[in-house]
Design a binder for this molecule. Structure first.
Ligand code: BES
Ligand code: MN
Ligand code: MN
Length: 456
């Protein structure tokens, strides 16, 4: 493999890593209003670097939330145009006391870089940007036309970028998208992700009495919203993991026999997954489906938290006036957020116990997606990955969601190449998130070689 841009990337790797660390020190937690200015600061750092490496028309695009970052380089006449996507926002770092080094002080340990956002997704954003820098610095140009569009609200549903993409601005005219926000199936195994689950994220509020009440004076006569909430939640799923909302499974398009056969040939060890990734006594879920089918091709219903009531130290005898549950459902191809939400809301209202009022709210939603693989960009990607990793690419789906990927297809007609460099044990959204440093290096080289191949 001879590529002067790859040589440049190797020579400049220590600096690339230092820059990534500086980027990771900014706590761009999108869900927390206290970090609004940090999100803007991360966007500004990203924009400044895009301009410094030689992209043009670099600017922040304002949204109702955190800004988008845009830049382009459109001088490869006759060549295709890529839209490079990633997100600069991160998940909250809690629980803080479980981190071995502080989440916003990036630290190298045993070949990994530990920090919140290391792999999801600042490290992968930086890999894309440093690949562009390497190409521009080493060759004075890019092999294809490039537009960069990064968001700062992916972890909270991506409403801002969704509105921008839906308006189909001339700025986003491209032939395909390059999305670096996914994982390798296993260490050293080049992977393209071709499907993501969608989701609806909801809040379920249950209200009983008009105010909190003494549980001795009123207990037995006043409705308890936490008990009602527990009764509702317990009726959403049976003990075999089957979701009981009527019609919930009706529209699912199952994977083809060929795709299922390909999944069966992936190197997957269920016991290893149970012990070292999940760490539970046993795995649960729908009988008759493999773990990969359950996490990639079947929908879920999960409860994330039940805030409210008395949670202080000691005891307080109170009947809370209201209770809340944060409930999300992951959707698979065929399902739509609007229909699933209506089914869920209707069912919850129907089974609500007497004496309480129910409110079901939609917080955010995104469609599932399946990416076509019969296009020259996927082929260019597998050629590039073979050179960099020395192996044939595996095609997988992921159980996670990246809401904007479906919109790239629906609104802009772009197929996405989801080329990501995380590892299954990188602790996304958890304490001690990391990016394997070798994957950062090879990620940069993969993007360099991919853009070169896409321009051939
Ligand atoms: N990068 C992840 C999604 C992902 C994880 C894809 C692992 C492939 C493998 C993304 O940042 C994410 O966490 N998305 C959220 C989206 C949600 C808040 C709308 C998710 O999946 O929970
Ligand atoms: Mn991500
Ligand atoms: Mn994430």
């Amino acid at each position: 493999m001879s590529s002067s841009a790859v040589d440049y990337a190797r020579q400049n790797h220590p600096r690339f890593l230092d820059e990534l660390k500086a980027f990771l020190r900014i706590p761009s937690v999108s869900t927390d209003p206290e970090h609004k200015s940090d999100c803007r600061r991360a966007a500004a750092v990203l924009a400044a670097d895009l301009a410094a490496i030689g992209l043009q028309n670099v600017r922040l695009i304002e949204t109702a939330g955190h800004p988008l970052v845009y830049g382009d380089w459109l001088h490869a006449a006759g060549k295709p145009t890529v839209l490079c996507y990633g997100h600069y926002d991160v998940q909250p770092p809690d629980p803080l006391d479980e981190w071995l080094s502080p989440p916003f002080e990036p630290t190298e340990r045993n070949g990994n870089l530990y920090a919140r956002g290391a792999v999801d997704d600042k490290g992968q954003v930086w890999a894309q940007v440093k690949a562009l820098e390497s190409l521009l610095a080493a060759t004075g140009k890019l092999p294809i036309n490039v537009r960069v569009l990064m968001e700062g609200e992916e972890e909270v549903g991506g409403e801002g970028i969704a509105a921008y993409v839906a308006s189909n601005p001339p700025d986003l005219k491209a032939d395909f998208a390059l999305v670096s926000d996914t994982e390798l199936f296993a260490p050293g195994l080049p992977t393209l992700c071709v499907g993501l689950r969608g989701m609806i994220y909801t809040e379920l509020e249950v209200r009983g009495a008009k105010t909190d009440l003494h549980s001795g004076m009123y207990g037995g006569a006043a409705p308890n919203p936490f008990v009602s909430l527990a009764q509702i939640l317990a009726r959403l799923k049976d003990e075999d993991g089957h979701i009981l909302i009527p019609g919930f499974y009706d529209d699912i398009i199952p994977p083809s026999p060929e795709e299922l056969a390909a999944w069966r040939s992936l190197p997957f060890d269920e016991e290893h997954y149970r012990i070292s990734e999940v760490g539970s006594r046993q795995l649960v879920g729908e009988a008759g489906y493999s773990v990969l089918e359950r996490t990639w091709a079947r929908p879920t219903l999960d409860v994330h938290g039940i805030p409210g009531g008395f949670i202080g130290a000691g005891a307080k005898t109170v009947i809370p006036a209201k209770a809340l549950a944060k409930v999300s459902m992951r959707l698979v191809p065929g399902m739509t957020p609007a229909k699933t939400f209506a089914q869920y809301k209707g069912f919850v209202e129907k089974i609500a116990p007497a004496g309480v009022d129910i409110e079901v709210r939609l917080i955010h939603s995104g469609d599932p997606c399946l990416i076509p693989v019969d296009n020259p960009y996927i082929q260019a990607a597998t050629r590039a990955l073979h050179e960099v990793w020395g192996k044939d690419t595996v095609f997988i789906r992921s159980g996670g969601s990246i809401p904007i990927v479906g919109d790239f297809d629906r609104h802009l007609g772009l197929p996405s190449v989801m080329m990501g460099f995380g590892l299954p044990d990188d602790n996304l959204h958890a304490p001690n998130e990391k990016f394997h440093l070798r994957n950062f290096e090879l990620g940069i080289e993969s993007v360099v070689r991919f853009l070169e191949e896409a321009g051939r």
